[in-house]
Write a protein that binds this ligand. Structure first.
Ligand SMILES: NC(=O)C1=CN([C@@H]2O[C@H](COP(=O)(O)OP(=O)(O)OC[C@H]3O[C@@H](n4cnc5c(N)ncnc54)[C@H](OP(=O)(O)O)[C@@H]3O)[C@@H](O)[C@H]2O)[C@@H](O)CC1
Ligand SMILES: [K+]
Length: 519
């Protein structure tokens, strides 16, 4: 069993529902009946004991499927170690011969009292309870305080809004101050999308993902509901992943593969041109350009619409880019162009040329919106790869929706992995779909979900920093795949913010990212 959050050093394979079901099926065929679910329940009990070492009392919520089966087996183990348990079961009787039926039978045989209805909380019948107040494991014993809730209501099979007693039990656990350990998934969270199935979802303090790590735990709303993440593969060799959860090892790999040579000079570190920063939005271009510089690019230019030639505040290293230079593609087609970044419509005159010529192009913010609004530009973008040109798009969900012609961000958030893959296919390029659990998707690649980052990044300008940083890395490694550059930049960006308390100003983020390299 491994603790994965808040920091994961390693990159982990992720398996969606279909792949998890396949793996479970194969593992079940290779093992004696009910062995796998026994292992799963024992793993839950072990974690429960580790989490509350002095705990002696838990409420166990067991749903109708095998997630409930895991919970009943865990309850058996805990009872055998002297825990006082209130065990509640929800839903119909399990099918004869199923793992869930085995777990129920074994729990009853072990003398556990399995109750229906809603739990008694610290001796008081819960509001709306449809059952008489419970006494716990031992009939007649006084109600004990609760040290832990074990959530085995719904797991991989959750596909519709919890209702009735299941929904009420979720609300009860969420309201209660004792911590909750969710089995496999917080009940009500969708394993593939990380979206809630309805209004009631367990807000877990800990989640123990079993057999496979599910993408829904690490993107969308997953991080908000899963709490600290744990993983136990139950000794089963994983099948090929459907995505990866990228850990800090990918950053180490980048540093090893791209050392700054002892004899390096600025001419070898590549050029970046930031096209953006319309009047009133100069700061966005300043942030992107400063990020590219701090990432290590040799020369960084800012191509500002209506450039007034004023020097940059506190950043004399940045150079101005005369507009007429766009007319000479030979002067810039080998640079990385980072396009968007507060450019408003001022970048429009050059956008077509940039899409047509730039060998390495990062498109962010206003660049994305301008492309979304113009069919000719969309076609130009989609054709780039066939001309040997590489592109990285860095949309937030609303920009992604505009690019896909969808009504709003919710249409993207409902399945972030699918949306990122669709965008990557549509425009034949690498897509960085920002948000909690940023998704990196490229044609011919398994998608990656970033593991680093924190709410500290939810401030103005951090997107400009990401685009600029990606450009800066790419300038130094022009042969690297866009996907690898994107994954590295996103990981770096998040890692620098990881332990920051409170909001992180974008300019400070650049400094933190620079410091991370030196660390
Ligand atoms: N077998 C093994 O060895 C291993 C099993 N493992 C464990 O099994 C879990 C998957 O088990 P599972 O497939 O039985 O799915 P699970 O989520 O328990 O429940 C499905 C049931 O819930 C019902 N249901 C769905 N939504 C509902 C709602 N909103 N409100 C009410 N009911 C709802 C649904 O009914 P339906 O909607 O289809 O009518 C169906 O009856 C997995 O997460 C892991 O914990 C692992 O430990 C590895 C080893
Ligand atoms: K659960």
């Amino acid at each position: 069993m491994r603790a994965l959050l808040p920091h994961t050093q390693a990159t982990w394979p992720l398996h969606d529902i279909a792949a998890s079901r396949e793996l479970e099926k194969a593992a079940l065929q290779q093992r004696p009946a009910h062995q796998l679910i026994e292992q799963a329940g024992a793993a839950v009990a072990r974690l429960a004991m580790a989490l509350v070492p002095h705990g002696r009392s838990a409420v166990v919520l067991a749903g109708p499927g095998n997630n409930g089966g895991d919970a009943l087996i865990a309850a058996r183990w805990l009872a055998a170690r002297g825990w006082r348990l209130q065990v509640y079961r929800f839903g119909p009787e399990p099918a004869a011969g199923s793992d869930a039926a085995h777990a129920l039978r074994a729990a009853v045989d072990a003398g556990l009292e399995i109750r229906r209805g809603l739990p008694t909380v610290d001796g008081h019948p819960s509001p709306g309870s449809s059952a008489a107040s419970g006494s716990g494991l031992i009939a007649g014993a006084p109600p004990a305080p609760i040290d832990l809730w074990i959530d085995g209501l719904l797991g991989l099979g959750a596909h519709r809004a919890p209702e009735g007693d299941i929904a009420a039990a979720i609300r009860l656990a969420n309201r209660h101050p004792a911590p909750t350990l969710a089995i496999d998934l917080p009940s009500g969270l969708h394993a593939d999308t990380g979206q809630t199935c309805g209004a009631d979802t367990i807000r877990a303090d800990h989640t123990l993902s079993l057999l496979t790590l599910k993408p829904g735990l690490v993107t969308g709303e997953g991080r908000a509901y899963a709490g600290r993440l744990w993983f136990d593969d139950l000794g089963v060799t994983p099948s090929p992943a459907t995505a990866h959860w990228v850990g800090l090892d990918a950053l180490t790999e980048w540093h090893q593969q791209h050392p700054r040579g002892a004899t390096s000079h600025k001419g070898r570190q590549g050029d970046v041109v930031v096209l953006g920063g319309a009047p009133g939005m100069r700061g966005a271009a300043w942030l992107a350009a400063t990020a590219a510089l701090t990432a290590g690019a040799g020369r960084v230019y800012a191509a500002l619409p209506d450039d007034d030639g004023q020097p940059w505040p506190a950043r004399p290293e940045l150079m101005h880019w005369p507009a007429q230079r766009w007319r000479q593609p030979q002067a810039w087609r080998d640079a990385v162009v980072v396009c968007g970044c507060g450019g408003d419509t001022g970048i429009l005159p050059w956008l077509d040329a940039v899409l047509h010529e730039a060998r390495h192009l990062v498109v962010d913010a206003d660049g994305l919106n301008l492309v979304a609004d113009d069919e000719a530009l969309r076609k130009r973008l989609a054709a780039r790869r066939s001309h040997g040109l590489q592109t990285m798009l860095t949309p937030h969900p609303l920009e992604a929706a505009r690019l896909l012609g969808l009504a709003g961000a919710a249409a993207i958030q409902s399945d972030r992995l699918a949306a990122a893959k669709a965008l990557a296919e549509r425009f034949d390029c690498t897509v960085v779909l920002k948000g909690s659990g940023t998704v990196i998707a490229s044609p011919g690649h398994l998608p990656d979900i970033n593991s680093s980052g924190s709410p500290a990044l939810a401030t103005a300008g951090t997107g400009d920093v990401l685009a600029g940083w990606a450009g800066g890395l790419w300038a130094q490694a022009p042969d690297a795949e866009a996907h690898t550059v994107a994954r590295t930049a996103v990981l770096w960006h998040g890692a620098a913010a990881q332990d920051h308390a409170g909001p992180l100003r974008a300019a400070d983020l650049i400094e933190a990212m620079g410091a991370l390299r030196r660390a």
